[in-house]
Design a protein around this ligand. Structure first.
Ligand code: AVI
Length: 354
């Protein structure tokens, strides 16, 4: 097994928070080495249709802009999912295992897990592992969660900094380092927020399979996941092109990230945000459209865009309940259960791992 970057803190007392920083990704020994951010960006920007992975949105400013997006009236997913998790918690509690180790994928500020675990009550959780690309941010989030929950969160916690978009990243990291909490406890992989939509169906399938391997390693586990559903085109486009221009700023901010990582010279003023719904793929696409002829200069690459050409920065796939249930079963899960809002905007699925 090889690791691109590994930094583990010394053994911690049982109620302390462990910090595990696998900054790029855990790479299985048999696979090719994970690409560096620079090589990944260069490859995307050099393609005939330039594109970037949406994971580059989330530097400190990008994460704050995303938090602001979640407050926007047009951006329905966050509040719809929160209401679903509140309203249906009693029904979820009947399906979810007690005494489980929770693996919170893309945990961010850990607020969603904190709220749900509080609603599910003591006994729901026996260990908590927050996974995100930035371990520094996670560590602070876990300290605050521990502080707020006090005695109600007596279980061990761990922050795992992992680029889980890389192949087999979670199962590889868990095989090497285990999870906090009792060894034989059921495992609940929690992926709220509909970020699964930011992966293509093939990528989503690979992620779901990797997480199933983790959840199926002990009896009783599974995946609890939030999924945004297909809906009216106008409502979808407004959610990704809001009147205040917060999503535009979020999209344009990725150019600063490109400049920082590649030593490039892109000027956000030369680009405009665009969100379109591609019906054939059932996905929102976000683009940055060149407003004039632009040339990117960097030691890593030179690339020219004519006015009107664009960089494809994000896909957000919108699923139907049936199609997502099929995807879960294709990934090896048992028949899932789901909860949805009256307008069928969003769904939360519980998929047992076996
Ligand atoms: C993180 N992810 C689920 C968001 C979405 O809706 O696809 C990212 C986002 N992009 C623009 N607005 C929000």
């Amino acid at each position: 097994m090889t690791w691109n970057s590994l930094l583990t803190e010394p053994a911690a007392p049982p109620d302390a928070i462990e910090l595990l920083d696998l900054l790029i990704a855990a790479t299985p020994a048999a696979g090719p080495p994970a690409p560096t951010p620079q090589s990944e960006l260069v490859q995307g920007l050099q393609s005939p249709q330039a594109g970037l992975s949406p994971k580059y949105f989330y530097d400190a400013l990008g994460s704050r802009l995303f938090e602001a997006i979640c407050e926007l009236p047009e951006y329905y997913p966050t509040r719809t999912e929160a209401a679903l998790l509140r309203t249906h918690a009693p029904s979820m509690a009947q399906s979810l295992p007690r005494g489980a180790v929770w693996v919170d994928m893309g945990a961010g500020n850990c607020a969603k897990a904190e709220q749900l675990l509080q609603t599910l009550g003591s006994g729901a959780c026996a260990g908590y592992c927050a996974v995100d690309i930035s371990v520094d941010f996670l560590h602070g989030a876990l300290q605050s969660m521990r502080h707020r929950l006090g005695a109600a969160a007596a279980w061990p916690m761990r922050a795992l900094g992992l680029d889980f978009s890389q192949p087999l990243a979670l199962s590889t990291a868990v095989a090497a380092h285990g999870l906090p909490g009792p060894a034989g406890a059921p495992r609940v992989v929690f992926y709220p927020g509909s970020s699964i939509g930011n992966f293509s169906p093939a990528q989503a399938l690979a992620l779901l399979q990797d997480w199933r391997a983790v959840a199926a390693a002990t009896p009783g586990g599974g995946l609890l996941i939030g999924v945004d559903l297909s809906k009216d085109r106008q409502e979808l486009v407004a959610a990704y092109d809001d009147a205040l221009g917060v999503t535009a700023a979020f999209n344009l901010n990725v150019l600063r990230r490109v400049n920082a990582l590649l030593g490039a010279d892109l000027n956000p003023k030369d680009w405009a945000h665009r969100a379109v719904f591609d019906e054939a793929h059932s996905r929102i696409e976000m683009h940055l459209v060149a407003q004039r002829d632009v040339t990117l200069h960097s030691a890593h690459l030179t690339r020219r865009w004519a006015a009107g050409e664009y960089i494809h920065t994000e896909n957000a796939y919108k699923w139907s309940v049936d199609r997502f249930a099929q995807l879960l079963q294709h990934a090896g899960y048992a028949a899932p259960q789901h909860w949805t809002d009256p307008a069928q905007r969003f769904a939360v699925f519980w998929a047992p791992a076996a």
